[in-house]
Design a protein around this ligand. Structure first.
Ligand SMILES: NC(=O)c1ccc[n+]([C@@H]2O[C@H](COP(=O)([O-])OP(=O)(O)OC[C@H]3O[C@@H](n4cnc5c(N)ncnc54)[C@H](OP(=O)(O)O)[C@@H]3O)[C@@H](O)[C@H]2O)c1
Length: 285
């Protein structure tokens, strides 16, 4: 397939592009200064000249806390720009892959959120991502709307790197233990999304590594696997205030992704282990 990827410099895109190429797809991944998704004319220029068979939108405003102060800007990138992409997809009859987030949910549900559950975001970032979801649902017939969560990847700042940096400076780290979610490696997400795109089964999906955890349990596993000997102290969200409120539970149920691609995404512990291995092989930045 000829695939146009937006947001090429981002953490997910930098794993997704080689993954698509390894599976035999032809990828166009222009930098943001060549394809700014807030400009409809720029998107049209690319769809008309490159004639993609599918567009994968990895571009987004992802600063969750800063979005509390910049909701208007986040709405333009995560909302209105998605409308631009949908219009270009309509005009060229091109399907769209769009990524959304567990933070569209309010976190009050006891169990995992399914694709049937109603979003009710409790922070600005979640509201802007929900607007993007709505444009996809309002405007397109052929789309994959993929919600994911707690991403970590070799090409971006992430929780694992934050924890390892702290472990280099201190013996003890306090980590929130009352927010549940699913850490997800961008490499595993990329593999699942390529399979999904190859399936031709459009719809709404939840794609995360399997198994729920808390930030505290996640940090404990990171330090165990990395062998840092760091002590982790569980704290509550109230003891670690942030600008944006996070849902207490944002575990995503994988139905129907597992059925469509024919496999479960690997457990998050395995993803962390593989990430640390790959990180060990990567050249120093
Ligand atoms: N990271 C997570 O934990 C997480 C969790 C759930 C869902 N998601 C979703 O997963 C997707 C990928 O996230 P990610 O972690 O890979 O994000 P990321 O690393 O922040 O990548 C997004 C990329 O989009 C670029 N961008 C911003 N505005 C743009 C524009 N107008 N036109 C073109 N590119 C633009 C960004 O550039 P700048 O850096 O220069 O702004 C950045 O390179 C997003 O839809 C995100 O909402 C992420």
């Amino acid at each position: 397939m000829r695939v146009l990827v937006t947001g090429a410099a981002g953490m997910l895109a930098r794993d997704l592009v080689p993954c698509l190429q390894q599976r035999g797809h032809y990828v166009l991944a222009p930098p943001e200064n060549d394809l700014d998704i807030t400009h409809l004319d720029a998107i049209r220029r690319w769809t008309e000249s490159a004639n993609p068979e599918i567009i994968i939108n990895c571009a987004a405003y992802t600063k969750v806390d800063q979005a509390e102060k910049e909701e208007a800007l986040a709405n333009v990138i995560n909302g209105l720009a998605v409308q631009n992409l949908c219009l270009a997809c309509q005009e060229g009859d091109i399907p769209l892959v769009h990524f959304s987030t567990d933070y569209v949910f309010d976190g009050t549900k006891a169990g995992p959120y399914t694709i049937h559950d109603h979003p009710n975001p409790i922070n600005a970032y979640g509201r802007t991502k929900l607007l993007g979801e709505k444009y996809v649902l309002w405007l397109l017939n052929r789309f994959y709307l993929v919600r994911t969560s707690w991403l970590f990847g070799i090409h971006g700042p992430n929780f694992i790197e934050t924890m390892l940096k702290l472990a280099g400076k201190q013996k003890q780290v306090s980590v929130v233990n009352d927010q549940r979610g699913c850490p997800t490696w961008t490499q595993h997400l990329s593999e699942a999304v390529v399979s999904l795109v190859e399936s031709g089964r459009y719809g709404v999906y939840h794609a995360t590594n399997s198994g729920p955890t808390t930030w505290f349990e996640y940090a404990t596993e990171i330090f165990r696997l990395a062998g840092t000997g760091t002590e982790v102290l569980p704290i509550t969200t109230d003891q670690f205030p942030t600008a944006a409120t996070r849902p207490k539970n944002s575990v995503l149920d994988p139905f129907p992704l597992t059925e469509v691609i024919g496999r479960e995404m690997p457990p998050w512990q395995e993803a962390v282990r593989q990430y640390l291995e790959e990180r060990g092989r990567a050249p120093e930045p």
